[in-house]
Design a protein around this ligand. Sequence first.
Ligand code: GLY
Length: 341
Amino acid sequence: MPRNIAPGEKEWKTVGLHDWTSGFWPGILWYAYEYSKDESLKKEAKKFTKPLEVIANSSADDHDIGFQIYCSYGNAYRLTGDESYKTVILKAADTLATLFNPIVGTIHSWPRKKEFPHNTIIDNMMNLELLYWASKNGGSQRLYDIAEQHAETTMKTLVRPDFSSYHVGIYDTLDGHFIKGITHQGYADDSQWARGQAWGIYGFAVSHRETSRADFLETSKKLADVFLGRLSAEGVPYWDFDDPDIPQAPKDASAACIAACGMLELVTLLDDPKEKIKYKNAAIEMIQKLSSDDYLSRDQNPALLLHSTGHKPKGKEIDVPIIYADYYFMEALLRLKKLEE
Ligand code: GLY
């Protein structure tokens, strides 16, 4: 599956099915089909969705099974109603649920990282939608309970008192207490990694939609307010809001795309017209900036967007096109179209 385009290259670099990003390419094809109703795109979307079945049926390597299956099979079922897709989604939800630790109250995001007894990352909020969906569509109530508990524990531990957020939480497996917050992909343990904050905005909005809990809605709004308060006038965030190299630091277009989707989800959940307009306009401003010549790849390469940053501390994917930026950009455009309609 396509993942990124290296500087100076013209083609997508591809990865295997077990890579955390493997669901985004089929998801992009489903979004393209949703917009165009072009049957040839549907055929491609089906072709690239099918092989991911192996992920649902493997034991869970980590929480990313949610991204891998919900973006591919989730969109496939939503757009076709084909029951064979539903079977795979339900299996994937049960697989993800095996990573839940009831003592801590969260899903173990990265079991392979053995240096920590139990870790949970803010990104994991995005994978609760798979569990909520499954519990409403033939899966067990336990999947809903796990998702709600995970969101609550994340809110109490990874969301800081000022509504910035830690990337990774480390927890004690004996009594479940939160040991500390650290970073993996951000600048520092106490800095604000832009994409992490964006995952939080979107993830807590979905958890409110599914549970009607006011504290999840409040958390999503406050995370969004911090994100918008730290966004430069330029409209797309630096990869980490606290990188001392700003304004020379790289941008992360993917964080803007994810935050825009989260804010457009918020718009559908809020009652207050002033709040609705605030988050809708903020999302539109980001989408407009991303749709300008500064960010669109056009004929430079086959991606939609330039300027995303995947893992700066490791020196990987810095200021390049990345597949999930394109996926959430398309999602944001479709969300906006539906809101306008
Ligand atoms: N979920 C991994 C990332 O945002 O890079």
